[in-house]
Design a binder for this molecule. Structure first.
Ligand code: COA
Ligand code: AMP
Length: 636
């Protein structure tokens, strides 16, 4: 036993009941649990069995009753609308209770689903909290997805009510949301009974009679609803994330484990406590937004910031420093890509100089690999610890982190430090399933059970849960990331082992994009790969082989294909580059050599694979990549 981290970690693994039972004492229960961990039906582990509680009570009412009624709970800071609005805990509780009353009047009850398709406005958080106040289950869909993606989620979650807004704002562009919602409902087989639409001043959505109601109207005489306790093991929300096909995975979050674990992480991981100001610059449509814009800071009694803007352009690369200084932010969380954008716009960090950042104590980054340049730039410009931590939609909170609330380790470039307590992380050889030696790369897996607050299953898809995460390494959760652990126990996360790519911190499936391209009538075969990008980390690039006899201009087909991905998946895919090739490099058994194409695109050294069908194809690929501005350095 060396330090408090070692002690906490050992206890979390060897005595999970004691460790998490103690953490559970810090939150409010209407009925105490009978058992902390139920391991009777692996791999379906259950936390706090027999316990009952309400998520919204733990986020709001508990603090109002406990003396924080007048403390700011949520600060909405929107440079795109020039608005700053603060809700105290009492005000937020009252708004949420009223909107819960609205949902109830529209027929929403415990266990029903409410789908939320909203921009970054306080009403998004209010809708989430109101849903869980009733013991109902929300599913938030990110605004940058297209109607078809929204429809897929509507079909799977089958919401009784959908909550949306007339528009979002992307820097200076107004993006109408309602036409996308209408189209999604038109093409989905499951229809919501009602839609509540928040009208924003920049765009008025037309309403469908009998189905749509306006937020402001229904709130006028809404009756506040009380918190409805649910079982700790009942679902709190479903969040869809990219899988390896066009069918996203509905990650389920349970109620008890979620409240307990997230409340605990605020202090243990981020060293933030009740009364502190915490800011996650993400979007409520992503897991970071769920966990660290809405739930964890409120569970802990902090002030959370809901920021509607971008790191650059709203109005400039100094906006993060303005927000930190103006609201006295203690701890901030965002994705490395946001810092790369700021660094590009203001390399010398001159805009930082004008702001008082004396309250700022730590910057946390996640969502993609933290490149050493960005780490060093942030460290030198901000003078606070810059902490990489690794997690996934599935896990809901950090698998690995420098848990500065327990013990602060020296930072190692490229490493999110060590497994957080609760995470029995192993590196296994994919062939033998045996642990590999320190420093050797392998599959990053977590010995079951996963800690509380993670995914107990996929929505209505227990079998897919087993197949996706549990089958390949029996007794372990497969993260689908590969990496290594060094001699000192530091973890390095290197790459995904599946077709998921990370574009500006957004998780996307290249398989889903291939499904779209394959649907183009002129495309015989295709591949989509993530290639290195200075700003976004990775961007997708499409390679298409056309059907024999197609003699239309290639550029026309490429433009159509790009538009198809935008229309079917959404602008968030950032699919802007594609090319036509005569053939794709394959092994003799017909497998596309993705790794080799990727290396060519990223100007990395590659060996001609021994199994390649025809080595001449690699030269053709190099030409094709050069034509779209990739692989340039190699040719020079
Ligand atoms: N609604 C509608 N459209 C959206 C959207 C939303 N909520 N979010 C993004 N989009 C659109 C953008 O307008 C853009 O469209 P365009 O192709 O017409 O320009 C496209 O989706 C891609 O968006 P994005 O990936 O955000 O790229 P960007 O070039 O607009 O901005 C960054 C780049 C780095 C500034 C931006 O990605 C960013 O701030 N990232 C922060 C990290 C983050 O939030 N990560 C989430 C997990 S922590
Ligand atoms: P998401 O589910 O969108 O949060 O994406 C999860 C994936 O993002 C992980 O499986 C990793 O591939 C990647 N990721 C997240 N955080 C990190 C990190 N700190 N370092 C490296 N990769 C990361």
């Amino acid at each position: 036993m060396g330090n408090p981290y070692d002690e906490a970690f050992e206890r979390s693994i060897n005595d999970p009941d004691g460790f998490w039972g103690e953490a559970a004492e810090e939150v409010a229960w209407t009925k105490r649990w009978d058992k902390v961990l139920d391991s009777s039906n692996p791999p379906f582990y259950r936390w706090f069995v027999g316990g009952e509680l309400n998520t919204c009570y733990n986020a709001l009412d508990r603090h109002v009753e406990g003396g924080r009624a007048d403390q700011p709970a949520l600060i909405y800071d929107s440079p795109v609308t020039d608005t700053i609005k603060t809700y105290t805990y009492a005000e937020l509780r009252d708004e949420v209770a009223k909107f819960a009353g609205v949902l109830r009047s529209l027929g929403v009850e415990k266990g029903d689903r409410v789908l939320i398709y909203m921009p970054m406005i306080p009403e998004a958080a209010i809708a989430m909290l109101a849903t869980v106040r009733l013991g109902a289950v929300h599913s938030v869909v990110f605004g940058g997805f297209a109607a078809k993606e929204l429809a897929t989620r509507i079909n799977d979650a089958k919401p009784k009510v959908i909550v949306s807004a007339s528009c979002g704002i992307e820097v200076k562009r107004v993006i109408a949301y309602k036409p996308l919602l209408d189209e999604a409902i038109d093409i989905s087989s499951s229809k919501p009974e009602k839609c509540v639409i928040f009208q924003r001043p920049m765009e008025t959505a037309s309403l469908k009679e009998g189905r749509d109601v306006e937020w402001a109207t229904v709130m006028t005489d809404a009756q506040p609803a009380e918190c409805v306790p649910v079982a700790a093991t009942d679902p709190c929300y479903i969040l869809y994330t990219s899988g390896t096909t066009g069918q996203p995975k509905g990650v389920v979050r349970d109620t008890g484990g979620h409240v307990v674990a997230l409340n605990w992480t605020m202090k243990a991981v981020y060293n933030v406590d009740a009364g502190d100001v915490y800011w996650a610059a993400s979007d409520v449509g992503w897991v970071v937004g769920h966990s660290y814009i809405v739930y964890a800071p409120l569970f802990r009694g902090c002030t959370t910031i809901l920021f509607e803007g971008k790191p650059v352009g709203t109005p400039d690369a100094g906006v993060f420093w303005r927000v930190i200084s103006q609201h006295k932010v203690k701890c901030m969380f965002t994705a490395p890509t946001a810092f790369r954008a700021i660094k590009q716009a203001d390399p010398a960090g001159e805009l930082i100089g004008g702001y008082d950042l004396s309250n700022f104590k730590a910057l946390f980054l996640a969502g993609e690999r933290l490149d050493p340049d960005t780490l060093k730039w942030a460290q030198s410009k901000l003078g606070v610890p810059v902490i990489d931590h690794w997690w996934q939609t599935e896990t809901g909170w950090a698998i690995c982190a420098n848990c500065i609330g327990i013990h602060q380790f020296p930072v190692k470039e490229g490493s999110p430090t060590k497994p957080a307590p609760g995470w029995n992380l192993k590196v296994l050889d994919p062939e033998t399933k045996e642990s590999v030696k320190a420093g050797e790369i392998g599959a990053l897996v977590v010995k079951l059970p996963l800690p509380p607050g993670t995914l107990p299953t996929l929505w209505n898809a227990d079998q897919r849960y087993i197949e996706s995460y549990m089958d390949e390494f029996p007794g372990h959760y497969k993260t689908a990331d590969a990496g290594f652990i060094d001699e000192e126990g530091y973890v390095f996360v290197m790459t995904r082992t599946d077709d998921i790519i990370n574009v500006a911190g957004h998780r996307l499936s290249t398989g889903a994009m291939e499904e779209v391209l394959a649907d183009h009538p002129d495309v015989a075969e295709c591949a989509v790969l993530g290639v290195d990008d200075e700003l976004k980390g990775q961007v997708p690039v499409g390679f298409m082989v056309l059907n024999a006899g197609v003699d239309r201009p290639q550029q026309e087909i490429i433009s159509e294909a790009i538009q198809m991905v935008r229309d079917r998946i959404g602008p968030v895919a950032s699919f802007k580059k594609a090319t036509v090739v005569k053939r794709l490099p394959k092994t003799r058994s017909g497998k596309i050599l993705r790794g080799t194409i990727q290396k060519i695109a990223d100007n990395k050294e590659y060996n001609t694979p021994a199994t390649i069908d025809d080595p001449a194809i690699l030269g053709e690929m190099e030409e094709a990549l050069l034509n779209i501005g990739l692989a340039g350095a190699r040719k020079k």
